[in-house]
Write a protein that binds this ligand. Structure first.
Ligand code: FAD
Ligand code: NAD
Length: 475
């Protein structure tokens, strides 16, 4: 079978499927190919994010937080529920059903936008021709003007820690456990380690996270990282920093993990071990022989600021190219590329990409950390506001953490906003918008925030930058 298209997108994750939709909105004839298969063998669009990442992890984070709050917090509100029981099967069923609904939504969106969807493997051949191989091995040749590569990423595996998908697992397996492991080990105190560690700790596991680096959350502002570390410790999450894992072995239904730190060699026995040491770009079988697509030394497809590869009319977006591995970054790249292909304006502001870690308290930031601003040599001022002084946070029984604003001394520009506390991931949107519009700190100070809301914390932190906070003592 042969088809003729304006744009063929390979990969229907959060980078690829928005690219396909925007290209169709731009009146282009579009096909999108995806080979994702779930553990039951079924094909599904949505990539890592919808099937094995953002969405299932947030479903379990929400359920496990409610469970923990029902057990430990409801009585403070005067709600006594008696014996609270965990029904993990029901929790997992809900998680799976959310994923099914969301991935089904992409099928509906493709249909509504007139996009031809192929389930199977896509391969870029010479002269912008794409070969699509269906589940039954049948091949379609798609002729196209433009190709967008959005093949995503896969978990990094450690040679000394042999993955078996049962006891030694990756983040996908760890989202689908059918029983709460008594002792859970996690290698890597990054975003996945902290989010999944939180889920299973709340559900009853003793969780130990082994992190090779000495510093906790080096990507975050260190005031926020220290505050987070204090809360996680109090919650009972065991985080060993400077712990280099040297090997792991399955022995009699458990896993023995060997690691070394400054004190010497140690071993840890756990019932399940999750390897969460980062993800790598996935390009296996993506291009045919003789197609000279340039990669960087780490295996990412090489692109310019507008996601153009070295091949004419071949673009690459999302986790398979440089930049943070975040769904919203991939989405914006997909939209930019689809607009550029249609001759419209397109740009991604890589300086203003928000990050969120969905723990409790939640962590979110945009722009530079205080450490980065200091290193840049630009004179800066800082204001922060504790949620302990927020009436709304108190009413929510969530008066933990703070909002922090970092601004330039010379022109009052907002350089970074960092939040640890309730709904931090939602609150950061205000800071993203402010920075996108090049707002000054004074603009934030003069913006009316409804009372009592959590967003007042950002307002007060902006006021605190000039020692003019009203609801907290200015230091
Ligand atoms: P992917 O989502 O990996 O999609 C790529 C798709 O391409 C896949 O379906 C793959 O099967 C398909 N594909 C690859 N090669 C081919 C081929 N040759 N032919 C056909 N199809 C192909 N990010 C956030 O922003 N927020 C979060 O809360 C968040 N939580 C996460 C939680 C976990 C546990 C994990 C693992 C990740 C999380 N991420 C989160 C990261 C996020 O999932 C990724 O950044 C995002 O999915 C990348 O999108 P993508 O479209 O580039 O790639
Ligand atoms: P990560 O890069 O966030 O963290 C990996 C951690 O593992 C690092 O702290 C690293 O120092 C440590 N590490 C590496 N090798 C190690 C070793 N041998 N022993 C011990 N520790 C080791 O990666 P991740 O947590 O696997 O997440 C992968 C990607 O998915 C990230 O880029 C992240 O942005 C994305 N993600 C995002 C979200 C979110 O936005 N909320 C959630 C989950 C994942």
């Amino acid at each position: 079978m042969t088809g003729q298209f304006d744009v063929v997108v390979i990969g229907a994750g959060p980078a690829g499927y928005p690219a396909a939709i925007r290209a169709a909105q731009n009146k282009l004839k579009v096909a999108c190919i995806d080979e994702w298969r779930n553990t039951d063998g079924s094909y599904a669009f949505g990539g890592t994010c919808l099937n094995a990442g953002c969405i299932p992890s947030k479903a379990l984070l929400e359920s496990s937080e409610l469970y923990q709050r029902a057990k430990e917090e409801f009585s403070i509100h005067g709600i006594n529920l008696g014996d609270i029981k965990l029904d993990l099967a029901a929790m997992q069923k809900r998680r799976a059903s959310i994923v099914r609904t969301m991935t089904g939504g992409i099928v509906a969106l493709f249909k509504a936008n007139g996009i031809t969807a192929y389930q199977g493997h896509g391969k870029l051949l010479a002269d912008n021709t794409v070969e699509s191989t269906g589940p039954d091995g049948s091949k379609s040749i798609l002729k196209t003007r433009h190709v967008v590569l959005a093949s995503g990423s896969v978990p990094v595996r450690l040679k000394s820690v042999p993955h078996d998908g049962k006891l030694i697992v990756d983040s996908w397996n760890a989202l689908e456990f059918d029983a709460v492991p008594k002792r859970l080990g996690i290698i890597g105190a990054g975003v996945i380690g902290l989010e999944l560690g939180s889920v299973w700790r709340r559900l009853g596991s003793v969780v130990t996270i082994l992190e090779a680096v000495d510093q906790f959350l080096p990507i975050a502002d260190q005031t926020i990282a220290r505050e987070a570390q204090r809360h996680f410790k109090k919650q009972g999450l065991i985080i060993e920093l400077g712990a280099r894992v040297t090997g792991a072995k399955v022995v009699g239904g458990a896993v023995n993990v060997a690691y070394a730190d400054a004190q010497g060699e140690h071993s840890l026995q756990v019932d399940r071990l999750v390897v969460a040491v980062g993800r790598r770009p996935f390009t296996e079988g993506l291009v045919g022989d003789g197609v000279n697509l340039e990669m960087d030394p780490r295996g990412f497809i090489q692109v310019d600021d507008h996601c153009r590869t070295n091949l004419p009319d071949v673009w690459a977006i999302g986790d398979v190219v440089r930049g943070p591995m975040l769904a919203h970054k991939g989405k914006e790249e997909g939209i930019m590329v689809a607009d550029l292909i249609a001759g419209r304006y397109g740009e991604v502001n890589y300086q203003i990409i928000p990050s969120v870690i969905y723990t409790a308290p939640e962590i979110a930031w945009v722009g530079q950390t205080e450490e980065q601003v200091k290193a840049s040599g630009r004179a800066y001022k800082v204001g922060s506001f504790p949620f302990a002084a927020s009436g709304r946070a108190r009413a929510m029984e969530a008066a933990q953490g703070m909002a922090k604003v970092i601004s330039a001394v010379d022109d009052d520009e907002v350089l970074g906003v960092h939040v640890i506390g309730p709904m931090a991931g939602e609150l950061i949107a205000e800071a993203v918008l402010a920075m996108e519009y090049s707002a000054s700190t004074e603009d934030l100070q003069r913006t009316i925030h409804a009372h009592p809301t959590l967003s007042e914390a950002i307002h007060e932190a902006a006021l605190a930058v000039d020692k003019r906070a009203i609801d907290a003592i200015n230091r």
